[in-house]
Ligand binder design. Structure first.
Ligand code: AMP
Length: 357
């Protein structure tokens, strides 16, 4: 089981978005082939991979064929149905493992896991019916955010509750989905750490990046962040602890709120992360190659940073800026091959580098 992959081996990737695309490019640089599994045809990752399966995650026959055709399975999104995982895990190693997926698929389990590990998050409470929401508002305090336990991303499935009167409307909008109520954090900044762990327990983290979100969607990440040395160390140590607790193999993204009372973990993603795209121009081994190295049982690369980087997401009509970006001397453009532009859709990103002081 702990065999290194050799040249020509096939890495199966669940999900065909931009993260899968960049993983696939990194894998090919290391001599591997990728097989993308995604329900949509002409996916960003499928365009650059050796093999593609276009089928749903409920299609057992396709999942079986996919598993039989690859050497290892990884993923670029965390909402993989348990039934698909059951089937895949029996046939090939899935890295990162099930534990990491289950914890990060569910905001309540994630918060509980972090609390059990002695790590700090915003105050929260589990919410089912309206009575439990009422109790949660007392326990947690207002203002707060009601978040679906599952399938939330980029700020989707979240409703702010500022005053008691907003409770019933918020509950109605949840439409019976299990949720948590989370205290609104008056943060000074948001940062994230991209970390990696190999099969033999070696851990390597990149410098924390500072993130700016708009409407729940990441807009920019900058390194270095404005964090002091001690907070940087704490963020990295926390990420290492999470990786070890999960006996993790691969890259993880851990997001933090920086508050006047210290760092709080917002959430974690068991995969390469948008806030780690700066590593493509800031480090010798970027997050995508690092993840491929880990799942292929190769030694991790150095996470040392040799440049200051500002990553900007190109969302929707931002791609109209491409002609100007191409004229910039210090900018590297990454486009995802998405044919149609939609408001809020991530079309690409640009990394702007600056020599390190
Ligand atoms: P999430 O999908 O939970 O990462 O939320 C997306 C963004 O919404 C975060 O990056 C924050 O900018 C904001 N947000 C989420 N939870 C909170 C919170 N408890 N307090 C303040 N802002 C939040």
């Amino acid at each position: 089981m702990s065999e290194r992959l050799h040249t020509g081996a096939v890495i199966g990737i669940l999900g065909g978005g931009q993260l899968g695309r960049m993983l696939s490019v990194a894998a090919s640089r290391l001599g591997f082939k990728c097989h993308i599994y995604d329900p949509s045809p002409n996916s960003p990752a499928g365009q650059v991979a050796s093999f593609v399966t276009t089928a749903s995650f409920e299609d057992d026959a396709s999942l079986r064929d996919f598993a039989n055709s690859v050497d290892v399975i990884t993923y670029e999104f965390e909402n993989i149905p348990a039934s698909a995982l059951d089937l895949l895990e029996k046939r090939r190693p899935v890295r990162p493992g099930r534990n990491a997926l289950e914890v990060s698929q569910d905001r309540y389990l994630e918060k509980k896991f972090l609390a059990d590990a002695g790590l700090r998050t915003a105050r929260y409470a589990e919410v089912g019916d309206i009575e439990s929401l009422d109790r949660a508002m007392v326990d947690v305090g207002l203002p707060a955010i009601l978040k679906t336990r599952r399938f939330g991303y980029d700020g989707k499935g979240q409703i702010q509750i500022r005053e008691r009167e907003e409770m019933e409307e918020a509950h109605r909008q949840m439409a019976g989905q299990a949720a948590i109520l989370e205290k609104f954090v008056d943060f000074e900044a948001e940062i994230s750490v991209i970390g990696a762990r190999s099969h033999d327990g070696v851990v390597s983290c990149y410098d924390p990046g500072e993130n700016i979100h708009r409407n729940g969607i990441l807009r920019t990440t900058r390194v270095p962040s404005r964090l002091g040395m001690d907070e940087c160390r704490e963020a990295v140590a926390t990420t290492c602890k999470i990786l070890d607790q999960l006996d993790y193999i691969g890259v993880i993204g851990v997001e933090f709120f920086v508050t006047e009372h210290g760092l709080l973990i917002n959430e974690m993603a068991p995969r390469v992360h948008n806030s780690g795209h700066w590593t493509q121009q800031g480090c010798n081994v970027d997050q995508f190659e690092q993840h491929i190295r880990a799942v292929a049982m190769l030694p991790l690369g150095s996470a040392a940073r040799y440049a200051n980087v500002a990553m900007e997401n190109l969302i929707g009509n931002d791609i109209l800026k491409i002609p100007e970006i191409l004229m910039e001397n210090n900018a590297s453009l990454h486009l995802y091959g998405k044919e149609s532009v939609r408001a809020g859709r991530k079309m690409g990103h640009v990394n702007r580098i600056d020599e390190k002081d």
